[in-house]
Design a binder for this molecule. Structure first.
Ligand SMILES: [Zn+2]
Length: 359
């Protein structure tokens, strides 16, 4: 086995686990038989880092499972204030804000500790200030109408290179010959500007998905008749590119696919192969993103993520309410549900539900 980038022999000394889809974005598929540790770290701080930073906000909102740690908080704007979005979508102020209204100070802070810091600062100017007394007036702000604005960019030279590397990774992972992708290495390494890598946004979806399926998908296809060898990649359903490995493919028909559901953390199997028609190829391939179409798709994705997070919350509420009920009425002594138990359960669920979802 050699590193397909630098051609060094892979050994115990230089082996490393290369994630075919970035782990920072919830990717799980990995292999030690692709690239060496020094090439891995070079890409890690380069194109991989660029891709993960562009799509980090999506990974955080979904709260994707990573090998280590949680996705990082994402900065967003709510009016003129900066807020932080935590994994799963919970929001808080990034720091304390205060304003003076006549002789009244209004302080908004992400925590009591932060509010106390602001008060300590004010006490230097106003020594008579009673901090503990001021903190007695704390009221929680539950703003259900936060319209968080996230900055999200997708695309560019480094991103095309990162998708190209994913495609080559997947090809080699499935036994592809490193010789067949040599021509793509200068592009992946940033030595040339162009390669046969394109955005791909067909009119109808290549992979039909359910409402709560948010997937990372990779399809490797060798088409003997059309002499094409290509990899189609979808990250989070909506970030789509196609990488041609060859337009003069001499091999047999080939089909390998991988679909990972980021909501349930399961690998999905489809019975049928996905096909891209010749017409779609011609029409939907582009070096530029159609921004209007892309924005529409992104809105759909954000709606999907909202639904996923609401359903997760509902699941959490019912599970924890059931646990509380069982604690109160141990199963050994209460083999059957009584009316009293059902009433208590319903009340608990409704109470929790209102505190989370009520506007
Ligand atoms: Zn290497």
């Amino acid at each position: 086995m050699i590193c397909y980038v630098c051609q060094k022999e892979l050994s115990k000394e230089n082996e490393t686990e290369e994630h075919i889809i970035l782990n920072a974005l919830g990717g799980k598929l990995k292999s030690k038989k692709l690239i060496c540790i020094s090439c891995n770290s070079k890409f890690g701080s380069g194109i991989d880092n660029k891709l993960s930073s562009q799509l980090q906000s999506i990974a955080t909102l979904i709260n994707v499972k990573r090998d280590r740690g949680k996705p990082q908080n994402v900065k967003a704007k709510h009016g003129s204030k900066e807020i932080l979005i935590e994994p799963g979508g919970k929001m808080k102020l990034s720091r304390a804000y205060h304003k003076i209204d006549g002789n009244v100070y209004h302080i908004e802070a992400p925590s009591i500790g932060e509010a106390r810091k602001v008060l300590l600062g004010l006490k230097r100017k106003h020594p008579q200030l009673d901090i503990d007394k001021a903190l007695e007036n704390v009221e929680p702000i539950k703003d259900k109408n936060v319209n968080a604005k996230i900055e999200l960019n997708f695309g560019g030279y480094e991103i095309s290179r990162a998708f190209c590397k994913m495609a080559v990774n997947f090809f080699i992972f499935h036994g592809g010959n490193p010789k067949d992708i040599q021509h793509l290495l200068p592009f992946i390494e940033g030595k040339v500007k162009e390669a046969d890598v394109h955005y791909f946004y067909p009119r109808s979806e290549v992979i039909t998905k359910g409402k709560e399926e948010i997937l990372h998908s990779i399809i490797l296809k060798g088409d003997k008749l059309r002499k094409q060898l290509y990899v189609y990649i979808e990250l989070f359903n909506e970030f789509k590119m196609i990488v041609f490995l060859s337009r003069d493919y001499q091999g047999e028909d080939l089909y390998e696919s991988y679909h990972y559901n980021l909501v349930t953390n399961e690998i999905l199997e489809y019975e049928t192969d996905f096909m891209i028609t010749a017409k779609e190829f011609k029409k939907s391939i582009s070096k530029e993103i159609d921004e209007a179409k892309f924005l529409e798709r992104l809105n759909y994705l954000f709606q999907q993520i909202r639904d996923v997070n609401v359903n997760r919350k509902i699941h959490e509420i019912t599970t924890s309410s059931m646990e509380e009920l069982i604690q109160k009425f141990p199963q050994e002594e209460n083999p059957e549900f009584t009316e009293e138990m059902i009433n208590i359960f319903t009340k608990t669920v409704i109470g929790k539900y209102l505190s989370v979802f009520q506007k």
